[in-house]
Design a protein around this ligand. Structure first.
Ligand SMILES: [Zn+2]
Ligand SMILES: [Zn+2]
Length: 303
């Protein structure tokens, strides 16, 4: 990455209207995070870690990404809906929008209308892309791309009431804190369980888009710049093995080599063993149907 890549000059010319609402929310939550050291308490810290894990694991990585976007496994409707609701509370996007944007990224990664390619600058790929409307991803276009989800009334509800649901959850956190210790605890709950949680989830997800397409190593010669990054493999619960994922998007397992640990795949295996997941797209199945899709970088590296 050279210095010009962080310049606004590299941002795509197609970027649409700036959302001042999104800019305001992102700015406010980052400001609230600055109060974390001043409002630290063991309970708030513990709840923050717990809710970060649950939202990331169940909502974003397992729910939004592997189930809704790539259909790596099938499950009961009630579980799919529960995971969709948890994903909605990550304050990233409603399920239909998130899935449509991510499917578009896979379809045209690193090409001109990729929503968040680092070819348009590292900071664009990491954060700034979320502030602008994508001209090819209007609401009707998103519904078209994720029409398999649009038929589910509850997923549609999460999409259409995304702001209301997050506002209600935020108010709930504030009221629980208030009930425990008045205004001061209400504020510390807001800082740790809303702001710290959300900002951590944003940046872990965004690092996959920015760092995961910039640095690391590659197992497969995919036509994009996706890379595997070990620290993201751990932090993003398996989604940081991003080159493997771009090579085989529908595969439930993102780790391919012995050291590429994938906590979410382990989670899916547990669900499968408990009868809560089926039609799991294991690596062996994918390999046999797409064995020649992308050439491994070196013999035996595909794991
Ligand atoms: Zn990618
Ligand atoms: Zn994906």
């Amino acid at each position: 990455m050279n210095s010009t890549q962080t310049s606004i000059d590299t941002w795509p010319v197609w970027r649409g209207q700036l959302s001042t609402f999104k800019v305001t929310i992102v700015f406010l939550l980052h400001i609230l995070v600055l109060f974390a050291p001043l409002t630290y308490r063991r309970l708030e810290f513990s709840l923050s870690i717990l809710t970060i894990y649950v939202t990331l694991q169940c909502g974003l990585v397992l729910g939004y990404h592997r189930l809704l976007t790539h259909r790596c496994f099938a499950t009961y409707t009630w579980l799919k809906r529960a995971l969709s609701l948890v994903g909605t509370l990550a304050m990233q996007d409603g399920p239909i929008s998130w899935v449509a944007i991510h499917r578009t990224h896979h379809r045209i990664a690193e090409q001109p209308f990729d929503p968040h390619s680092p070819k348009n600058g590292f900071l664009w790929a990491h954060l700034f892309w979320i502030f602008f409307e994508h001209p090819r991803l209007s609401q009707s276009e998103r519904i078209l791309i994720a029409r398999d989800l649009h038929g589910d009334s509850f997923i549609r509800f999460c999409e259409e009431r995304f702001i209301l649901l997050n506002t209600a959850a935020t108010a709930g956190v504030f009221l629980i804190g208030f009930g425990i210790g008045g205004l001061s605890r209400a504020f510390s709950f807001l800082v740790w369980i809303v702001a710290v949680r959300t900002v951590c989830l944003w940046h872990v997800t965004f690092l996959v888009n920015s760092v995961g397409h910039t640095m690391g190593y590659r197992n497969f010669d995919t036509p994009d710049d996706s890379h595997n990054v070990w620290i993201l493999g751990v932090l993003a619960l398996g989604d940081g093995w991003h080159n493997n994922h771009h090579a085989f998007p529908a595969c439930a397992a993102h780790g391919r080599r012995w050291f590429e640990i994938d906590f979410t795949y382990l989670f899916i295996l547990i669900l499968e063993r408990c009868g809560l997941a089926w039609n799991v797209q294991h690596a062996a199945l994918i390999r046999s149907s797409h064995s020649q899709r992308y050439r491994p970088k070196e013999a035996g590296s595909a794991g």
